[in-house]
Design a binder for this molecule. Sequence first.
Ligand code: SAH
Ligand code: SF4
Ligand code: F3S
Length: 448
Amino acid sequence: METLSQETKEKKVFMETFGCQSNVLESDHVTGLLLKNHFSITPIAKEADVILFNTCSIREHAEHKVFSRLGQLGDWKREKEGRVIGVMGCMATSYKNQLLERAPFLDMVVGPDQYMKVPQVIREAAGTGVSQVLADFDPVYFPENDPRRLAQPHKAFIEIMKGCDKFCTFCVVPFTRGREISRPTESILEEVATIAQAGVKEVMLLGQNVNSYGLGLNSKGKGITFSQLVKLVGEIKGIQRVRFMTSHPLDMPDDLIEVMATVPAVCNSIHLPVQCGSDKVLKRMNRKYSVAHYLVQVQKLRSSIKDLFITTDLIVGFPGEEEKDFQGTLDLLDEVKYDAVYSFKYSPRLGTPAARMLDQVSGEVQDERLARLNEKAWKQASEACESRLGKIEEVLVDGPADKTPDAYYGKSRQNRTVVFPGKGYKAGDVVKVKIESHKVANLYGTTI
Ligand code: SAH
Ligand code: SF4
Ligand code: F3S
């Protein structure tokens, strides 16, 4: 055992993370496991003995980045014996063995439910040079934060469920992450309580579809609903802010709106991806709601929650999207006036029904629509930001501001970035800032 520790102490791991918050959380989890197993972590790829990519398959572009990184590493690998290259994340489960065909020098392909084995697989790869592919799903494995090695001292992601059963026709997640499974409630509450004791003040509860948390657990007679879970997390000592994502607009429960409105720790922000403002396209996407249903949800949220910060995801150029469908999306923006919009060009994904639809939209049309969409979304986001001028925001400090000397930045309860001058603050401090100006989506002010 001792010799192994000595050996691995010299192994430096560089990890690059792509994709969503689940990957960020899981990279932190793997980092924790590696440190516990006597590896060290380096932020400089050139100094590493092991290079790991935690990958995303959501759009072609995300995969391209990884394939091009891998393409550059053949020489690096040959230069020194014992070097290890690995792919984790959603490309591991979507491509499995095929990745070894694309990049023969790859040593390990490890999917999200197999991360416990990463330290051991690195050791074996360095020792034997034999490539391994571990991409099976495991219904009981959930990544956790290590309270002694938190990536940030004051806020953390918590995985409350995994997988997805919604099967939107454009989306690869049900295939890369498998069936939807809720993590047992006690395990979530225990993790939050432990990290709260270690100083964490804000948690973000993560799942592809958090509103259906507890469905599988409920059928066994021992589960609770998502709304109840959010309330319980919000009552844990030390937790001052609770956020969650992603809520699917189909099953947004009324009691969740009530919890958001009444439990003090729960923040006044919600990410509610609409994807598109045309009923015809929503149907083809298999989103299972109409624009009218979505707008009712938004109206209910807005009327119950003060100063609600609302964001969305939109896809432009989905197969069969005509100009009038796209116009529906622009009209929806005018109706909702989002605080922020994450917009994407539709990207065909292998094995998904939308990729087989015959009426794909050309790249030029997609580009043109995306530009029009973004112009409107930016204008509205900027106006929403302007509405905060003169307000006093409670800011949870993240650290020193990058571009402004002698200043700090943090997040308001709505989740807007706030920059303010000051000295000696540390991550996790809570300050009150009076907002005096804004630049695009960032707020600037002074502490009071
Ligand atoms: N579970 C979340 C979404 C996770 S994926 C939800 O249902 O809202 C994040 C976003 O990526 C999606 O909301 C969608 O807007 C976008 N996306 C997913 N698949 C895509 C594809 N094939 N092409 C373009 N954007 C896609
Ligand atoms: Fe993908 Fe739809 Fe599931 Fe979200 S709800 S992860 S978009 S299949
Ligand atoms: Fe990407 Fe997988 Fe997340 S496909 S968006 S890393 S769940």
